[in-house]
Design a protein around this ligand. Structure first.
Ligand SMILES: Cc1ncc(COP(=O)(O)O)c(C=O)c1O
Length: 397
């Protein structure tokens, strides 16, 4: 007998949740978990945020979907707001991060095409990157485990070691169109590109006529304490992919670009049925209402500091369990000495949810609305989890 009708693509934990509020989730058996996963950086304002619930239910009573055959006023509004708060002049709405990346890659290729250089379609990425699971985005990410068995890798993606500027410059050729990077790799293990490297990438792109593309699917919409992570480096891209937190849990992504970078995207050159529909737009606008409130992003920075400092103390106490703590704002990585799955299980035993990442890291990405008291409660649980792993290690030694 088969266990389930679902594809077996996910290694799911045996947990099923029924409801959530803020940073708390409740299982169907009534057990409460403290949620430092937030749907992998998606529930940016926690579960069932009243402003988001009101925006979605109000829109649901009026109009769900009309398609992009027609003007969608709240799509226009969200586009204008994103443009007003970023480097961008133009926005294309999608349903997911991978679709936002697909749009970004197509935008870069079209730019060179309309410039009379159709041979320039290659995109350079860094090792450890993650850009999604479509055929083009697994090629961009370049990770063998995601490419295996899916036929020829989509052509036009060249990868260089993480933050290796020399290798990157050597990889630039007559076919190169763009450089695509995450300012801070999430899935890759919460690895931050130094600000100086981001600025260097801008210079290299300008010198070589390349477009600079940032993937801020995970780092965007306040996650690091700025609206977008690249703002820390005071550098702007030509194209940017956004998703996850911008929808607060509703499927929503966006590709942002300057007028110049988007100049090849004309009627008919790209499309989507669901992208930018009135429900998603109502929620996206509601998320921005909150994230753009005065003081909201500063509070994220303060909460991130509290979390990181508290974790550093745990790392000092259990150096056999935790190697280092890294990250920015409320995207924190615990680099483990023990297998990360072991510490994750110990945290689950404490009813604390976190997310594994590459490089033997555990990711903490709670709702941006988490309170200091909830951070302290999470830290208490992490301390007890680290202590349990430490004790087990000692017993086995
Ligand atoms: C940096 C980054 N880019 C792209 C994606 C793909 O987004 P989605 O799963 O919504 O397609 C993710 C998802 O984890 C991501 O973290």
């Amino acid at each position: 007998m088969r266990e389930s009708a679902l594809y077996e693509t996910f290694a799911r934990q045996p947990l099923a949740f029924e409801k959530g509020e803020g940073c708390w989730l409740e299982t169907i058996d009534g057990e409460r978990y403290l949620d430092f996963a937030a749907g992998i950086a998606v529930n940016s304002l926690g579960h069932a945020h009243p402003h988001l619930v009101a925006a979605l239910t109000e829109q649901a009573g009026k109009l769900w979907h009309v398609s992009n055959l027609y003007d969608i006023p709240n799509q226009r509004t969200l586009g204008e707001r994103l443009v007003a708060h970023t480097f961008a002049d133009k926005v294309f709405f999608t349903n997911s991060g991978a679709e936002a990346l697909e749009c970004a890659i197509k935008t870069a290729r079209r730019y060179h095409y309309v410039n009379g250089q159709p041979e320039r379609y290659h995109v350079i990425t860094f090792e450890g990157a993650f850009h999604g699971r479509t055929l083009a985005t697994i090629a961009a990410g370049g990770q063998a485990k995601y490419l295996e068995g899916f036929g020829p890798k989509v052509e036009g993606f060249d990868q260089v070691p993480f933050d290796d500027m020399e290798a990157l410059q050597k990889a630039i050729g007559p076919q190169t169109a763009a450089i695509l990077v995450e300012p801070l790799q999430g899935e890759g293990g919460v690895r931050r590109l130094p600000n100086a490297s981001l600025r260097r990438l801008r210079e290299i792109c300008d010198k070589n006529g390349l477009l600079l593309m940032f993937d801020e699917v995970q780092t965007g919409v306040g996650r690091t304490g700025k609206l977008f992570a690249h703002e820390w480096a005071e550098v702007t891209p030509d194209i940017m992919a956004v998703a996850k937190g911008i929808g607060g849990g509703f499927p929503l992504g966006a590709c942002l670009a300057t007028d110049e970078a988007a100049k090849g995207m004309k009627p008919g050159s790209h499309g989507t049925t669901f992208g930018g529909n009135p429900l998603a737009m109502a929620v996206g606008n509601a998320v921005l209402d909150v994230v753009l409130e005065e003081g909201f992003l500063d509070a994220v920075v303060q909460k991130g500091l509290l979390l990181k400092q508290s974790l550093a103390a745990i790392a000092d106490e259990f150096p056999d369990v935790i190697e280092t703590v890294r990250g920015e704002g409320l995207l924190i990585g615990i680099k483990c000495k023990v297998p990360n799955a072991l510490l994750q299980q110990a945290m689950a035993d404490q009813k604390l949810l976190v997310v594994p990442a590459g490089d033997n890291v555990l990711r903490l990405l709670p709702a941006l609305t988490i309170t200091d008291e909830e951070i302290r409660e999470g830290v208490r649980r992490m301390h007890d989890a680290a202590a349990a792993v430490h004790a087990a290690q000692k017993a086995n030694a």
